[in-house]
Design a protein around this ligand. Sequence first.
Ligand SMILES: [Zn+2]
Length: 182
Amino acid sequence: MTESKDSCLICQIVSNKIPSYKIYEDDMALAVLDVNGANPGHCFVIPKNHYPIIEHVPDLELGNLFSIANKISSSIFENLKAEGTNIFVANGIPAGQTAAHFMINVIPRKENDNINLQWKPKQLSEEEISTVELKLKEQIKNVEMGSVEPTNKPGPLHEKTETSSFADDEDDYIANQLRRIP
Ligand SMILES: [Zn+2]
């Protein structure tokens, strides 16, 4: 997961060093058919910049990526006769992330297609729920477009969004973020 931009397979798809089935491209993003996907039509939407995990992706790009995922999902419904889609992010290795480059998966679904993305519901105690509630909500309450501040990064977010590749002074920040990925 700590692989750099140079060794990143997804960056090599972006730069056409690895051939791919592109279904959408703009200045910031690309959508590609996954040749090893869950089923035909499984795509992933990626930023052209190398961002390892979602916390690194500037809001503007994140919005664009999810808009693209939404359009692809519509197209999957209409043109592949899907009965549902999963729009899915694996953020971090324990969550199933396999490449150190953020991506949104769009997976066409049909009833009884044997793709298993389900979990067993757990009954949490009142205490567990209120502890988690307290830990999360204080930090999340100021979320609005453009004001989400990464927790480990001093200074305003826009300094980061203006940088299209990782500068040296960002290395510590990225190392801190990646520490979340065991
Ligand atoms: Zn990359």
